[in-house]
Design a protein around this ligand. Structure first.
Ligand code: MG
Length: 393
């Protein structure tokens, strides 16, 4: 089999994006710790990160860690412009660009050897072009798969370039902390450490750790021989619902009930589209217009309301300190990492003991009689209207 000398997937990721834009536009901020967002930290410059300041941290905690940091309000429209300019550079590099967020993308440069040279040279030029045209530092990881390219860029940050050669993949991964693995969130990492004493990729690679690192991504992403392609213009990437809360302070029980209503909606849409999800994201917005998100990636893909709800509730509990500090004005939930439901084995539809049967029954009732026909008991306590008590909360 022909083995290319170098992987041809680039993961390009701007460094401390919002904070770098602020430092670019105000020379006085360069070399100083900068925090964007007062309520919740939306971005922290590397000078602030050195003090332990992290994205999505409550502002008060960040200021205690780094009292001399300059705190600036976000300028979203400026960031959006910068993002557009960076994506223009991506698109001039290759037509195969898969955007992951406002400041990162996968680029497949596999077919460009003759016209543009090997991937490493393309990555060098890409970094230079972003610096020259947009004035921002960007880190690029180059590897044979998207998974490895993303891990490489995380390791190379800030303002770096790291190429993982095909014959050096395991040597690159083994010493890394498990958290570095894309798809291993805080929960999985904690499980690996506490229950199994695993700390590194090598530990996690042991066969007996696999039931814990159950995600297909964490399991096979590394070992996979064929590179999963960069996907351009694929089906929708997430299903979400949100609810504005106004300014009144909400207690945790009330937020939990609202969240349950949102999960009911998105899970139903998920099943109607014959999809399953792996990642559940909780979105929060505060009265200073700052935002925060918390995500959890499930071990197995699912379309079950109760499993999604359990993940969403876990995220809400984890976000509780942040919510206590600030006025929460919007709560939302999004399901991503979507796949079609024929990709997994579903316990359908007459498994009387599983939650699948309940989901199917509730969907059928709602299809026939409308969404309001069946409601959670928890929602009743908060004036969301009547109905049949469904599940214990
Ligand atoms: Mg970034």
């Amino acid at each position: 089999m022909f083995v290319p000398p170098e992987g041809s997937i680039l993961h390009a990721d701007l460094d401390a994006f919002y904070a770098s834009v602020e430092q670019r536009d105000d020379p006085r901020l360069r070399g100083r710790p900068v925090i964007v967002g007062a309520g919740v930290v939306l971005a922290a410059s590397y000078e602030a990160k050195a003090y332990g300041v992290r994205t999505a941290m409550p502002g008060g905690q960040a200021r205690r860690l780094c009292p001399h940091a300059v705190v600036v309000p976000p300028r979203m429209s400026v960031y959006a412009q910068a993002s557009k300019a960076v994506f223009r550079v991506f698109e001039q590099t290759t037509p195969l660009v898969e955007g992951l967020s406002i400041d990162e993308a996968f680029l497949d440069v596999g077919g460009l050897l003759r016209v543009a040279g090997p991937p490493r040279e393309i990555a060098v030029r890409l970094r230079r072009a972003v610096a020259e045209h947009v004035g921002l530092p960007i880190t690029v990881g180059v590897a044979r798969t998207k998974f490895l390219a993303k891990v490489a860029s995380a390791v190379a940050k800030p303002d770096g370039l790291l190429v993982v050669p095909p014959d050096g993949e395991l040597a690159f991964l083994h010493p890394l902390p498990v958290e570095r693995l894309w798809g291993v969130g805080q929960v999985t990492a904690r499980k690996l450490r506490e229950r199994r004493g695993r700390r590194t990729r090598q530990d996690a690679d042991d066969r007996d750790a696999r039931p814990v690192v159950g995600s297909a991504r964490a399991r096979s992403g590394v070992r996979r021989r064929s590179a999963p392609g960069v996907r351009v213009g694929r089906r929708r990437r997430s299903i979400g619902a949100q609810r504005a809360l106004g300014r009144r302070r909400r207690e945790h029980d009330e937020l939990s009930a609202i969240l349950a209503g949102l999960v009911d909606r998105v899970a139903r849409r998920l099943r109607a589209g014959h999809r399953v999800c792996r990642t559940v994201t909780l979105r929060l917005r505060f009265d200073d217009f700052s935002r925060a998100t918390r995500s959890h990636t499930l071990v197995e893909p699912t379309a079950h309301t109760e499993i999604i709800l359990a993940a969403a509730r876990g995220l809400l509990v984890a976000a509780a300190p942040m919510i206590a500090h600030d006025g929460l004005t919007l709560i939302g939930v999004a399901l991503s990492n979507l796949d079609s439901d024929d990709a997994i084995q579903l316990a359908l539809p007459f498994d009387q003991h599983g939650t699948a049967a309940l989901d199917v029954a509730v969907d059928a009732v709602r299809d026939r009689f409308g969404t309001a026909a069946v409601r959670r008991a928890a929602l009743l306590r908060h004036g969301e209207g009547l109905v049949v008590p469904l599940m214990p909360d």
